[in-house]
Design a protein around this ligand. Structure first.
Ligand SMILES: Nc1ncnc2c1ncn2[C@@H]1O[C@H](COP(=O)(O)OP(=O)(O)OP(=O)(O)O)[C@@H](O)[C@H]1O
Ligand SMILES: [Mg+2]
Length: 253
């Protein structure tokens, strides 16, 4: 039996008349990478906000690291870190200062050592004393990821971690995310990039019209979408084709 890091049951959330989550159910195993896929406006950020205690659900339950988000938000917050959809880096501070600030907020004993170790790990040592305003998009994302790892919480939420990055920077972030999961951290990520889910995720769930309409490993999802036979050559569907087929759209629409 694997231990469960995140358990969501029948989660509902509306913004006034707009029903965004209409009964979401999902389970994330400890130490795995879970990718939540969905189009713009599907409700991915809304779900992440509820799981990270930034927003209350209307109905249903969410348990994170064994704690109920509604009744034990402080315990949930101690168990997680979040890299939001929009980078949380303070531009006026240097990379090192940004990391030290978080280490101090988390009451760690040696903030400078913690900061320097993370700068090294994310290849930012040379830029440590430059203001974050001068960083490239990829460097900023890496700093953001490093900031979310100060204090090494067991569960990491990444809301669209590579949106806006060039292919090289995306691969760098993927590598770091894989290393984290190999080290036992549970990663819950949202993405619109199907190749990102394909590359990283142990399990993938598709959020569409307020519900998880498909979930499983990539192999399981591929089974939902039988390979098309073109003469004698079998063509394996890409995750993109599976995604579009499941949400009922044709490519190019
Ligand atoms: N605070 C809010 N008040 C009203 N409506 C909101 C609010 N936040 C989000 N919404 C709406 O809820 C829906 C889901 O938004 P959400 O940000 O969760 O989607 P998303 O899947 O993260 O989209 P994206 O891929 O663009 O980041 C959208 O229609 C959005 O406009
Ligand atoms: Mg979002």
């Amino acid at each position: 039996m694997h231990n469960i890091a995140i358990q969501v049951n029948d989660l509902h959330k509306s913004y006034k008349k707009l029903d965004v989550l209409k009964g979401v159910n999902l389970t994330v195993e400890q130490g795995s990478i879970f990718a939540l896929l969905g189009s713009n406006g599907a409700g991915k950020t809304t779900l992440v906000k509820i799981l990270t205690t930034l927003l209350n659900q209307d109905r249903g339950t969410a348990i994170v690291n064994g704690f109920d988000v509604a009744s034990k938000p402080a315990y949930v917050r101690q168990s997680i870190s979040l890299t939001g959809q929009f980078t949380a880096v303070d531009e006026i501070l240097t990379g090192q200062e940004n990391l030290m600030m978080i280490a101090k907020l988390r009451h760690l004993k040696q903030p400078r050592q913690v900061a320097d170790a993370l700068l090294t790990r994310f290849g930012l040592t040379d830029a440590a004393n430059r203001r974050a305003a001068t960083y490239s998009g990829g460097m900023r994302r890496r700093l953001d990821l490093a900031m979310s790892l100060v204090g090494t919480p067991p569960i990491l939420f990444l809301d669209e971690p590579t949106t806006g990055l060039d292919p090289e920077a995306r691969i760098e972030v993927w590598k770091e995310v894989k290393k984290l999961a190999d080290g036992g951290i549970t990663v819950f990520l949202t993405t619109q990039y199907l190749d990102e889910a394909e590359q990283l995720a142990d399990r993938i769930a598709i959020l569409h019209e307020g519900k998880i309409i498909a979930s499983g490993t990539l192999t399981e999802l591929k089974k939902l979408f039988p390979a098309a036979e073109v003469e004698y050559v079998e063509k394996q569907p890409t995750l993109e084709e599976i995604f579009l087929a499941i949400i009922g759209k044709k490519e190019g629409q």
